[in-house]
Ligand binder design. Structure first.
Ligand SMILES: C[S@@+](CC[C@H](N)C(=O)[O-])C[C@H]1O[C@@H](n2cnc3c(N)ncnc32)[C@H](O)[C@@H]1O
Length: 206
């Protein structure tokens, strides 16, 4: 696995402005990205239906490790994965000493799978499992939030991250940025033939 730091777009944790072009660009990316994904599912003969705002697509394990590194997960952290799928990010995070996690997932089958995976890994007692909508789940006690959603979902979530999370909380997103809220770090992870882009922000002082 190769972890490259590319274009540190900003080293500050500046608050975003509400400039329209970033939103328009993100909306177009979301629209065409979503259409491509649904077309791909249809072509593969799979039902293009999912329970929440984004279909399930697991983060590769090497990328999970890079997200945890980028978030600088350490003792005392409470790591939330919003849309946790099979729980792999939170499970990997709580393997670090002194870390606890919260796995928020709208799909009950996936949440069951994440519970079973955590039990198999021997870390279930360090994770709280929440079956529900990430937009309605309280997140104020997080010190790290991880995301692998869609661009327009990140943008919808952004005001809540900025208003509910405590200053200093780290947010790491797989693949998608936050429009005109510049990340403090952007890294590219190479895993064989594929590359994943990760973004990190820190909640600024209020
Ligand atoms: C792309 S997958 C990422 C899974 C996991 N975070 C990972 O990186 O391996 C997105 C996940 O978000 C869940 N999801 C989508 N909309 C949601 C919502 N509104 N509330 C909670 N979970 C949601 C999906 O069911 C899916 O498991």
């Amino acid at each position: 696995m190769r972890l490259q730091s590319r274009n540190p777009v900003s080293t500050s944790a500046a608050r975003p402005t509400s400039a329209a072009p970033g939103h328009v660009r993100a909306a177009l990316v979301a629209l065409f990205g979503g259409a491509a994904l649904l077309a791909g599912l249809a072509a593969a003969g799979r039902e293009p239906s999912f329970k929440g705002d984004v279909p399930y697509e697991p983060t590769p394990h090497a990328v999970v490790n890079a997200m945890i590194e980028l978030a600088d997960v350490r003792s005392g952290d409470v790591v939330y994965d919003l849309g946790c799928g099979d729980g792999r990010i939170v499970i990997a995070a709580v393997r670090r000493p002194g870390v606890t996690g919260v796995c928020v997932e709208i799909d009950p089958d996936l949440l069951r799978r994440s519970r079973a995976n955590a039990a198999r890994a021997g870390v279930a007692e360090r994770i709280r499992f929440v079956e529900g909508d990430l937009f309605e789940t309280p997140i104020a006690d997080a010190t790290v939030v991880t995301l692998y959603l869609w661009p327009h979902v990140n943008l919808r979530l952004r005001p809540r991250l900025l208003s509910e999370l405590r200053p200093g909380t780290r947010v790491v997103s797989h693949s998608h940025d936050m429009g005109d809220w510049a990340p403090e770090r952007r890294v590219v992870v190479s895993t064989g033939p594929k590359e994943a882009v990760l973004y990190r922000w820190t909640i600024p002082p209020r």
